[in-house]
Design a binder for this molecule. Structure first.
Ligand SMILES: O=C(O)COP(=O)(O)O
Ligand SMILES: [Mg+2]
Length: 214
């Protein structure tokens, strides 16, 4: 039995098309060039404030626009769920890991409300015993505090394993001193150069990796 904590965007789901829709609504109102999908995926991983910083830098916008852009972003984030998809095998594997007795948690830099909204939309809201979002604490990944807090909320039992897709996740795990499993079909394709205990490209491989570590 282990405590398994998952990242969300680029690990369990691809929400970039919905995030891109929000961003491009904001950019259109500012008469700025829209984001492509690969650009959107590249900008994601460190939460909304950093995403907006990257929008501003890449489109050479006035940094004073940031508070307005953040407000606008958050206004749409809870309902931007229609284009989001789960990665293949995710619902089945989460259900079977849970049936095996593992405790499942979610530690994402997506703010908690939109994270819960998209999980509800995908019928995955019951899959987790604990959910920590980018604004649940006053610190975000790669700060290890949100990951520690997610494990704490799962109770003080079993080995700890963190599963994610990005350099932010790898660094968070390193700083939290928790074994990291890297999903290589998320937003950092291949995941070259990232420190991890093991990497997997298909969720069907995850139960065996978990069994090895727990
Ligand atoms: O919202 C983001 O920027 C990333 O979220 P994640 O931590 O689930 O990858
Ligand atoms: Mg991610």
């Amino acid at each position: 039995m282990a405590r398994l904590v998952f990242d969300l965007d680029g690990t369990l789901i691809d929400s970039a098309p919905d995030v891109r829709g929000i961003a491009n609504g904001i950019l259109a109102a500012l008469e700025a060039r829209p984001l492509s999908l690969p650009e959107t995926r590249r900008f994601m991983g460190e939460g909304v404030p950093t995403f907006v910083d990257r929008m501003i830098a890449s489109r050479e916008l006035d940094p004073c626009l940031k508070p307005r852009m953040l407000t606008e972003f958050m206004k749409h984030y809870d309902t931007a769920v229609e284009l989001t998809r789960v990665y293949p095998g995710v619902p089945e594997i989460l259900a079977s890991l849970s049936t095996e007795g593992h405790r499942l948690g979610l530690c994402t830099n997506k703010p908690e409300r939109p994270a819960r909204a998209v999980l509800r939309h995908l019928d995955l809201d019951g899959a987790f015993d604990a959910i920590v979002g980018g604004d649940t604490l006053n610190r975000r990944k790669p700060d290890p505090a949100p990951l520690h807090s997610t494990f704490d909320r799962l109770g003080d039992v079993g080995a700890q394993i963190y599963i994610g897709d990005s350099e932010t996740d790898a660094e968070t795990a390193l700083r939290a001193d928790v074994p990291f499993l890297l999903y290589t079909n998320g937003y950092r394709k291949g995941g070259g150069g990232l420190t991890c205990r093991a990497a997997f490209s298909d969720f069907a491989e995850l139960p065996a990796l978990v069994a090895r570590l727990s």
